[in-house]
Every structure is written in structure tokens, then in C-alpha cells.
Design a protein around this ligand. Structure first.
Ligand SMILES: [Zn+2]
Length: 77
């Protein structure tokens, strides 16, 4: 089987190109591997989503403190 990327002649049962590691037969990679990769990606996304609300609440808290300081300065004048 010739690699479509680099034209390297691989053996018929090769899953990856021996030269450039291009995937030759994607449909024959076990589903479990694809699921595992998908789950890893999902974990990364969910971790990022968990940190965002925390950051947002910190920004809200800082802005509330900042606004109250400004209000205090205005009122005290
Ligand atoms: Zn190749």
C-alpha cells in the first residue's frame, strides 16, 4: 500500500506509513482508541469550562469592589 502523503511503499497490513506516520487505514483503528481520544478531548473541554465560571466570579467580585469604592468616593464628597 502506497502512502498517499509521501508515496512510501508500505506493507499491505500497515496501519500507519512507516516513513511519515500518515494513517493509511483509519477505519481499521479500533473504535476504543477513537473513543478514548474523544474522551480525552472532552475532559480538556470540561476542565476549561469549570475554570471559566470561577474566573468570571472573580472578575464580578473585583468589579463590585471597584464600583463600591467609586460610589464611596462620590458619596463622601
Ligand atoms: Zn507516508
Amino acid at each position: 500500500m502506497k502512502c498517499p502523503k509521501c508515496n512510501y511503499e508500505n506493507s499491505q497490513e500497515a496501519l500507519y506509513c512507516g516513513l511519515c506516520y500518515h494513517v493509511l487505514r483509519k477505519e481499521e483503528i479500533p473504535l476504543e482508541v477513537i473513543h478514548y481520544e474523544a474522551e480525552k478531548d472532552f475532559d480538556v473541554i470540561s476542565i476549561q469550562d469549570e475554570t471559566k465560571p470561577k474566573l468570571r466570579s472573580i472578575y464580578i467580585l473585583i468589579s463590585i469592589i471597584f464600583i463600591s469604592i467609586i460610589l464611596f468616593v462620590i458619596i463622601s464628597k
